[in-house]
Design a protein around this ligand. Structure first.
Ligand SMILES: C[C@H](CCC(=O)NCCS(=O)(=O)O)[C@H]1CC[C@H]2[C@@H]3[C@H](O)C[C@@H]4C[C@H](O)CC[C@]4(C)[C@H]3C[C@H](O)[C@]12C
Length: 324
């Protein structure tokens, strides 16, 4: 499972957890403005917005999982297994393969509004990247500091939803996730009133009782509720350190520990990495399952007018700061 979230203080932050039982060989990758994107049906883009994100690089091609561009737009793909449906290429539409969708949007859109306009003309195709890397069944969140949308390509076509909570997980489809939040109207960060009835003198014997009823399990519907509640009630200072710290705490509410989600054959889904991008400053922060120290890559420290990908393999293994 995976979870994505947005957060605004002075700057705008966008990130996700990537939960799975194995890593493809993830790297933080910067695609500078003149890195050529060769789209299967849409030709080649020679000059575009610079992008930084998490990707698996196959044959020199960055296959992004989540990324932001230099204009402050962010986008992430999360599993949508059994519901995602991609099509054959058709004439009269912009045919973009599923694995190209992130660079297609981030290379040319500066805002959610511009992305929405492009998606109106879009047909996401079922073209695999290669025989070894078949099509991934995903849906996407696209966000800037003014709002977010969710994009789902299903049997009946592409759906674009306003995403007023700025979070996303996996199944069921977004409409159902949003409807399900109605069931949690009563949860609160405040101490609850005693409305039980009958004049029973019920006690608030613990702090945090306003949140009772929030689901604690790792299913995608439960994580959606939990991360939405955490994000909507989040309070932090506005500095970079305070904002980034708070962002990791928001996604910490849906962290997956090894052992709790058994996917069979002694394999467990875990939070392989958590990312937090400052979309205003072009910085990609991340932690990994084995490394809780925050690592950062700043796209503006690279030559953004270059033609070559810049690749940073993830820093793995705990970095313990000994005090004696
Ligand atoms: C496995 C990842 C999603 C994690 C997730 O959502 N887990 C939830 C599990 S569950 O179902 O809800 O149980 C997805 C997110 C982005 C995906 C990758 C990107 O789409 C880029 C390429 C696309 C290629 O078609 C396949 C390899 C790949 C490199 C993908 C591998 C894999 O499907 C990734 C890494």
């Amino acid at each position: 499972m995976c979870t994505a979230a947005t957060y605004k203080t002075k700057d705008f932050y966008f990130g996700r957890t990537l939960d799975y039982e194995f890593s493809y060989g993830d790297e933080v990758v910067v695609a500078p403005r003149r890195f050529p994107f060769h789209f299967r049906y849409m030709g080649m883009t020679e000059s575009h917005y610079a992008i930084i994100g998490m990707a698996y690089v196959a044959g020199g091609c960055p296959l992004f999982y989540d990324a932001i561009n230099e204009k402050g737009l962010g986008m992430a793909g999360l599993n949508f297994v059994g519901n995602a449906d991609y099509k054959e290429p058709v004439s009269g539409k912009d045919n973009v393969a599923q694995f190209e969708f992130i660079p297609w949007i981030l290379s040319q859109c500066a805002s959610v509004q511009e992305a929405r306009a492009l998606i109106e003309r879009l047909n996401i195709t079922n073209t695999p990247f290669s025989a070894e890397l078949p099509v991934a069944e995903l849906h996407w969140i696209i966000a800037d500091r003014d709002g977010a949308i969710t994009v789902e390509s299903m049997k009946d076509g592409i759906r674009i939803y306003d995403n007023p909570v700025g979070v996303m997980t996996n199944n069921p489809p977004f409409e159902k996730q949003m409807f399900n939040l109605n069931n949690y109207r009563h949860v609160s960060s405040k101490t609850p009133q005693n409305t039980f009835g009958g004049g029973l003198p019920l006690d608030t014997y613990s702090r945090g009782m306003g949140g009772m009823g929030l689901p604690g399990d790792l299913s995608s519907q439960s994580r959606f509720v939990r991360v939405a509640f955490t994000k909507m009630n989040s309070v932090s200072g506005e500095s970079e350190a305070e904002s980034v710290s708070q962002f990791f705490h928001i996604l910490g509410s849906v962290d997956q520990q090894r052992g709790c989600c058994d996917v069979g054959e002694k394999e467990y889904e875990i939070t392989l990495y958590t990312s937090c991008c400052n979309t205003d400053k072009g910085i990609y922060y991340y932690t990994t399952y084995e490394n809780h120290q925050i690592t950062a890559v700043d796209m503006h420290r690279e030559d953004l007018d270059g033609r070559e990908l810049v690749r940073y393999p993830l820093v793995l293994g705990e970095q313990i700061n000994w005090q004696n």
